[in-house]
Design a protein around this ligand. Structure first.
Ligand code: AHG
Ligand code: MN
Ligand code: MN
Ligand code: MN
Length: 323
């Protein structure tokens, strides 16, 4: 089985970028070890703090954030980082060629039940004309991403990675200590009968999404003419991993549950990197009205509606959004 670095070299990835990805993965290996130790390492449970997103931080959110931030900034090739758990961007080397955004721990509510969680990251080019402390340097559309990936802390620790040459899956070999290529080319089936959405928010959705899910639930008797199955892991990283493995559609639509927060998922830390991985695997990703990777960000912490996965099913959902 092939190691990560030779695969990236073969894909023509820049040496500094390979070193940066390896550093992110070194932090993830450390997180994987701590997650694996669970209560033995005293890493479960919450802190008394709230993050910029208005969420109570879990101990693992903070630990993962600190590990990633410190190790990434130490590389010297990174101009600044932006994280779900940081109020502001953090400046690195003014000469650094890269910017890194990350969701240090996705699926925080799964930490205390020994269920799926992960780390999501995205690498953007640094902007020569902007200061290392300027958050505006991060306001680039998802199409500008140089690399994106996630590490899933599951029964196996797995990496999904794209540098724009397809999406590949790697598995952490804990005896050797590195990630080995276990699926060279991910191809999401374009047709599916599986959807993922938090159904408890149904009454808060917009009419288009209500109508779409309503038709899926009618199954064979409805206009779709087939029965659908549902899955919800409550960690986007787990739901997207399932979609990369066997197809499906994942949605976190706009809702009116909290008028101050119509969308849940974060563009820079969740939606953009996942969209890059999904598109590179032949899937689609949209807000319902626009391709996610075409969005021009206006704020590092901005949120978006997300509909991603099997192409035909995403297209079916989009039809319900046309007025
Ligand atoms: P995070 O743990 O990084 O804050 O993200 C949680 C997100 C996402 O991973 C998941 O799909 C969604 O929240 C779960 O939402 P519900 O609480 O509605 O199930
Ligand atoms: Mn969170
Ligand atoms: Mn998340
Ligand atoms: Mn998170």
């Amino acid at each position: 089985m092939r190691r990560l670095a030779p695969v990236l070299r073969q894909d023509g990835v820049d040496t500094d970028l390979i070193a940066l990805i390896k550093t992110i993965l070194a932090a993830c290996k450390e997180i994987s070890f701590r997650v694996g130790q669970g209560a033995l390492a005293g890493v479960l449970g919450s802190t008394l703090d709230e993050n910029i997103q208005g969420e109570t931080q879990k101990k693992l959110d903070v630990l993962a954030n600190e590990l990633l931030k410190d190790m990434i900034l130490e590389t010297g090739v990174v101009k600044a980082i932006s994280s779900e758990e940081e109020d502001n961007t953090v400046a690195g080397n003014p000469q650094g060629r890269y910017l890194v955004t990350f969701d240090p721990l996705d699926g925080s509510s799964n930490t205390d039940i020994n269920s799926l969680i992960g780390t999501i990251f995205s690498i953007l080019p640094a902007q020569a004309n902007l200061d290392a402390a300027d958050p505006a340097q991060f306001l680039q559309p998802g199409t500008a991403q140089l690399a994106a990936g996630y590490v899933l802390y599951g029964p196996s620790t797995m990496l999904a990675l794209t540098t724009g040459k397809g999406t590949r899956l790697y598995t952490l070999d804990k005896t050797y200590g590195g990630f080995l290529l276990t699926q060279e080319e991910v191809a999401i089936p374009s047709v599916t009968a599986e959807f993922a959405i938090n159904m408890s928010n149904q009454r808060y959705w917009q009419p288009g999404m209500q109508a779409y899910i309503g038709d899926l639930l009618l199954g064979k008797a409805g206009p779709r003419g087939k029965n659908f199955n549902m899955r919800w892991i409550a960690a986007m990283v787990g739901d997207v991993h399932r979609i990369l493995c066997r197809g499906g559609v994942f949605m976190y639509p706009t809702d009116t549950k909290d008028p101050n927060k119509p969308d849940k998922l974060r563009l820079m830390y969740e939606a953009n990197p996942m969209s890059f991985l999904v598109e590179q695997a032949g899937g689609a990703s949209s807000t319902g009205y626009q391709r996610i990777m075409d969005i021009q960000p206006v704020d590092i912490h901005q949120r978006v509606a997300v509909i991603l996965g099997s192409k035909h099913e995403v297209d079916s959902c989009l039809k319900y959004h046309q007025a």
